[in-house]
Design a protein around this ligand. Structure first.
Ligand SMILES: [Zn+2]
Length: 204
């Protein structure tokens, strides 16, 4: 009997190359043979940990690519191992932090009116010796995570349209990098300039 074949698709950072290596060894030790051709595989594993915006878009569009394989090969197993995007933003310096009222025309022009109310007070660092006059001290991560749960797995197993899969993920309340970052702006952790700098491309 022929060995089962697996195809391991890795995209992302060094860390998940290590994870892929572990999976590769685990499957090999169970008698699976790796193939470079997704079309011949019995199992397709997608390992992703994108550091760009819209982490879930990357994995969902890849699932779209392999959808036709599932049609011609219904027994094919497709697995996704996590999906998270992360960016680092600078924290407002706690030593010189001060409230200010942002210019709402600017907020609107930047496309942030959905996040910041007209009378919302925000915070920024005035600059001090502690932060070397930058107004920032330390960093914090903002995240976007695809919950690869039973409902998402079931949708993939049922081979739903990519558009339906996207709307399912949105309905599940997946927050984008912008959503997560702007919440930290409202809480006075960082500034909208910082969030736009690292996640600006992710505005829908
Ligand atoms: Zn400071």
């Amino acid at each position: 009997m022929n060995s089962k074949k697996f195809h391991l698709k890795n995209f992302g950072c060094q860390m998940n190359k290590l994870d892929s290596g572990l999976l590769f060894n685990a499957l090999s030790s169970r008698g699976y043979v790796h193939t470079d051709k997704a079309g011949e595989a019995d199992v397709i594993i997608i390992n992703t940990c994108s550091v760009r915006q819209h982490a879930e878009d990357r994995v969902l569009s890849h699932l779209g690519h392999i959808k036709h394989l599932k049609k011609t090969h219904p027994a094919l197993l497709v697995a996704v191992i996590g999906c998270m995007a992360q960016r680092l933003v600078r924290n407002i310096c706690q030593n010189c932090k001060a409230q200010f009222k942002p210019d709402y025309d600017e907020i609107t022009a930047l496309g942030l009116a959905g996040y910041i109310a007209r009378d919302q007070m925000l915070w920024k660092g005035r600059g001090c010796d502690h932060c070397r006059q930058t107004g920032y001290y330390g960093r914090t991560g903002i995240f976007e995570i695809l919950p690869y749960d039973t409902e998402v797995k079931e949708a993939i197993r049922r081979n739903v349209d990519l558009a339906d899969l996207r709307s399912l993920v949105r309905r599940k309340g997946v927050r984008s990098l912008m959503d997560d970052g702007m919440e930290r702006v409202i809480r006075g952790v960082t500034t909208y300039e910082e969030v736009l700098r690292v996640a600006g491309g992710s505005i829908d």
